[in-house]
Ligand binder design. Structure first.
Ligand SMILES: C[S@@+](CC[C@H](N)C(=O)[O-])C[C@H]1O[C@@H](n2cnc3c(N)ncnc32)[C@H](O)[C@@H]1O
Ligand SMILES: Nc1nc2[nH]cc(C(=O)O)c2c(=O)[nH]1
Ligand code: SF4
Ligand SMILES: [Mg+2]
Length: 210
């Protein structure tokens, strides 16, 4: 159990359960190949059975960390910060994003959109999940829609989600890692037949970097 004082700070978004932070190359989606500092915030109740960071789900395993410290570390690296998780929108992102922007950093988010949008973002990557669909604010503000393809039905889900996202969002299909041998050729065919979509791969896993 957190002390009352710390719980209040977490509720305000002045402290967040930090799982890890690392400087790497954005491996996925529109900004693939570009250097970025990743901040991974613990806590997620969406429950994707193929999630590649299940250790992030239980927020209680990750120490509440002051955003002052998170921002200080981030600003010593690249000019772009990617906030991920866990599900970052489980928490109030207002203060964290304000302070990152005060340091002139570009602030990106990786989100399932399952909770209402908080914070101010230069780039929103929405990766919707069937078991907890995105909220309207995230559909309206997403710059990128990145749908994970684990089976053939996910192409239908992808088209449904593309109807819900704003018209400017760039559309990506990304193979679920454990099914990539089977799904990647289907994605390649699908994108050639439906060129409004683009392919996204988890390139960091091929590069053996975090
Ligand atoms: C771990 S999630 C954290 C952020 C947020 N909870 C979300 O799902 O967008 C980061 C990204 O990894 C993707 N992802 C997670 N597990 C994956 C897997 N096994 N194969 C491919 N992509 C995966 C998610 O869809 C999301 O785009
Ligand atoms: N290199 C790298 N790129 C990423 N893009 C999204 C990631 C995530 O887990 O949110 C991720 C990640 O974990 N590593
Ligand atoms: S929403 Fe993201 S962090 Fe949560 S289980 Fe799904 S992939 Fe993992
Ligand atoms: Mg990842």
């Amino acid at each position: 159990m957190l002390s009352k004082e710390i719980q209040l700070e977490v509720n305000k978004g002045a402290m967040l359960p930090l799982m890890e932070e690392f400087y790497t190359i954005q491996g996925e989606g529109f900004h693939t190949g570009t250097a970025a500092y990743f901040i991974r915030i613990g806590g997620c109740d969406v429950g994707c059975h193929w999630c590649d960071v299940k250790e992030s789900w239980n927020a209680e395993l990750h120490p509440p960390t002051s955003i002052d410290l998170i921002v200080k570390n981030a600003s010593t690296y690249a000019d772009t910060v990617v906030v991920t998780g866990g599900e970052p929108l489980s928490w109030d992102m207002t203060l964290l994003t304000q302070q990152l922007k005060d340091k002139n950093l570009k602030v990106h988010i990786e989100t399932s959109g399952a909770y209402p949008l908080s914070g101010s973002w230069d780039w929103i990557c929405l990766s919707p999940k069937k078991n907890k669909l995105p909220t309207q604010t995230v559909y309206d503000n997403a710059h990128e829609l990145k749908v994970i393809i684990h089976n053939k039905h996910d192409f239908i889900f992808a088209e449904e989600q593309a109807e819900l996202v704003n018209n400017n969002a760039i559309l990506f299909l990304q193979p679920e890692w454990s099914k990539k041998e089977e799904m990647t050729p289907l994605i390649v065919d699908y994108v050639m037949n439906n060129p409004k979509w683009r392919v996204s791969l988890q390139t960091h896993k091929y590069l053996n970097i975090p």
